[in-house]
Design a protein around this ligand. Structure first.
Ligand code: OAD
Length: 257
């Protein structure tokens, strides 16, 4: 939290944000872990966050996986097990509605989340910057498989015999082929960039906010509290995304805009 930040009242900021959205020909949205918090999934940073009990270097880097794959798999298997209980919340649903209202040509959803909840909610055009926990990738033949939330053991193997890994992006790794380029293109051609539930400190994802500003797009932030990005946004909506996003979408016309 940045305590000196002068936060506009939500009731005043919401209609301003809705006006920005209404005026936009193309909208890009980027979500982070906060959007899934109300689905019962822990965020990364802060009290009770996923990184609190783990060092990133022990569980979320290629070096960690080479050193102790079973430890890394135990961490990800726990997270996969959490997905079994998790259901999309009204924030995810509101983004489905926004996509339906705008249509695929005018809407792109970029997510840093690996929890599959946007797809489960019904979002169609989803660019997963950091991969997806429901998929595994073979470290040998590179085959990618969707294993849903089924229980995997601590050293799961591919039919080719090589060790599997979660199909997520670890620190020090490149973002998935093509996904980054498509995300950057969507942001560079949008008029409104809506950023929800992210601390906006992990790059290159956080850099998309600067891309949006460079092309003159308006930036709307939805978060429980001001973040690193708040000084660079046009409208800040501070509250839980599961409440704020439905209220925002409710303010838009129902017919195709
Ligand atoms: P963080 O845990 O860094 O930030 C979550 C943000 O969500 C914080 O700013 C919270 O204030 C906000 N938040 C929490 N609950 C919320 C709610 N109900 N409504 C709205 N906002 C809420 O998560 P990310 O920004 O997603 O990368 O983290 C970015 C990346 O860092 C992750 O994808 C992951 C991580 O290390 C990799 O693993 C590569």
């Amino acid at each position: 939290m940045h305590p000196s930040w002068d936060v506009e009242e939500l009731a005043d900021a919401l209609p301003r944000a809705a006006a920005v959205l209404r005026a936009a020909e193309r909208v890009a949205v980027m979500t982070g872990a906060g959007v899934s918090a109300e689905s019962g999934l822990a965020t990364f940073r802060g009290a009770g966050g996923l990184w609190e009990g783990h060092r990133v270097e022990d569980v979320a880097t290629p070096f960690a996986f080479r050193r102790d794959p079973a430890l890394v798999w135990r961490f990800y298997n726990l997270r996969r097990a959490n997905l079994r209980e998790a259901r999309p919340n009204p924030g995810h649903d509101a983004l489905v509605k926004l996509e339906e209202r705008l249509g695929p040509e005018r809407f792109t959803l970029i997510t840093q989340n690996v929890d599959n909840l946007h797809r489960a909610a019904g979002s169609r055009r989803v660019l997963e910057l950091h991969g997806n926990l429901t998929r595994v990738r073979c470290t040998g033949c590179q085959r990618v498989d969707d294993r849903g939330t089924e229980a995997l053991d601590d050293m799961p193997r591919c039919s080719c015999g090589a060790l599997l890994r979660p199909d997520v992006v670890w620190f020090h790794e490149m973002l998935p082929d093509g996904i980054w380029e498509e995300s950057a293109r969507a942001v560079a051609s949008c008029n409104c960039f809506l950023v929800a539930g992210t601390s906006a400190i992990v790059y290159p994802a956080a850099g998309l906010i600067d891309t949006a500003r460079r092309v003159g797009a308006k930036v709307i932030e939805v978060n429980l509290e001001p973040t690193e990005a708040s000084g660079r946004v046009d409208v800040g909506l501070y509250g839980a995304s599961g409440q704020v996003l439905p209220r925002l979408v409710e303010l838009l016309p129902h017919a195709s805009m």
